[in-house]
Design a binder for this molecule. Structure first.
Ligand code: SF4
Length: 366
């Protein structure tokens, strides 16, 4: 624990904040990509401790939040079938579909189970050969290797009753989309440490160069994030635009090559729709054709359904850093963790959930 304690040390944090205060001379808008980073920033009040010239906006890095409504609807359709055991990470159960959610499907008799790893779903499939077992494979590059291993394991064992509903998304294409938007205000990004642990940060070097934007790979503890903000501000104040790595205890330039090899054996890059944002070219993974027999969308013949998101929910703007959760008229009134209108209020990494938990009394900003 000593190692982690250093990254929560108030004395170190205060020294970094004082250095930041000395460094900053003008207003800057920075975005943390990852929802886990958003929660740390809110939980420790870092957004209130940094110099007032620095505005933090929150990015699309909450996997539950960006899973499109259509995919949630498909999950609900599959989970409602009597011979199915539907296995998912817990956060997905309360994400609202158009009429219901997975938790309600479970309450009305559906066999919906929570797992912490896709291998648990493989185990369930092995133990229940007469049932169809479907794992909800969502997330960023971080969870993709474990999901790939589960599919490989099922194939190795010849398990024909296991499949995966895949909705994987990739961070760099989302950053590119944000940077190309005419509405973009973000001048520097904190890249997600967990994603970069798997993938490295070489792709962010190319983005930095092409768009002349500083990107710093950041960790998840308070000292990590204050240091990452300081590194971004130093670049901006000095007129530099580079990809740098604050999270050196976990991330290397090239990432985890073994994990990358596994995930690319099972998945291939494809266009993906992101909730509230729409389709982003080459922004996700799908199963390769040689693993088609494990593709739940194919097995269950789910046609593409177009589902409207609730008009009241401004999660599209929240996920692109254009609005803060407190700017949403429904925040804390018609939308709460108990009665969520959108995924960012449900997920443990959602920006709306973070504001509800730590900033509920914030005066609306506009
Ligand atoms: S507060 Fe609720 S309705 Fe508003 S953006 Fe967040 S999830 Fe959507």
């Amino acid at each position: 624990m000593k190692h982690i304690d250093e990254y929560r040390d108030a004395k170190i944090a205060r020294a970094l904040l004082a250095a930041l205060e000395r460094k900053v001379t003008r207003p800057w808008v920075l975005m943390e990509i990852c929802g886990g980073q958003t929660h740390t920033l809110m939980r420790y009040g870092i957004d209130t401790l940094i110099p007032s010239q620095i505005e933090l906006v929150h990015g699309p890095g909450c996997p539950v939040c960006v899973t499109p409504l259509e995919v949630v609807e498909k999950a609900i359709q599959i989970a409602s079938q009597p011979d199915v055991i539907f296995v998912s990470y817990g956060d997905m159960l309360r994400v609202p579909g158009s009429a219901t959610d997975l938790l309600r499907v479970k309450a009305s008799g559906g066999d919906v189970r929570i797992a912490y790893s896709p291998m648990e779903a493989v185990k369930i499939a092995r133990a229940n050969p007469q049932r169809r077992v479907v794992f909800f494979g969502i997330g960023f590059e971080t969870t993709a290797p474990a999901n790939a291993m589960a599919v490989m394991q099922a194939k190795r064992e010849g398990l024909r009753n296991f499949s995966m509903l895949v909705s994987h998304v990739l961070v760099p294409p989302a950053i590119r989309l944000l940077l190309e938007s005419p509405a973009n205000r973000v001048q520097g990004f904190i890249a997600p440490g967990h994603v970069c642990t798997v993938m490295g940060y070489w792709e962010y070097e190319a983005l930095s160069r092409q768009y002349r934007v500083p990107i710093v790979v950041g960790g998840f503890e308070p000292v990590d994030l204050i240091e990452a903000i300081g590194m971004l501000v130093a670049q901006l104040e000095e007129g530099r635009a580079e990809a740098e790595n604050q999270y050196v205890r976990s991330v290397t330039l090239v990432g985890n090559r073994v994990a990358q090899k596994v995930l690319l054996e099972v998945f291939e890059v494809t266009d993906r729709k992101w909730r509230g944002i729409g389709a982003i070219p080459q922004s996700g993974f799908r199963l390769r054709p040689e693993f088609a027999e494990y593709d739940a969308e194919k097995i269950f013949g789910l046609a593409d359904t177009v589902v409207e998101e609730p008009a009241e929910c401004i999660s599209a703007q929240v996920l692109q850093g254009l609005k803060k959760p407190v700017d949403c008229p429904a925040f804390g009134v018609r939308c709460t963790p108990e009665n969520p209108l959108g995924a960012p209020m449900v997920s443990s990494e959602g920006a709306c959930a973070a504001y509800y938990q730590y900033r509920r009394d914030t005066v609306k900003s506009s």
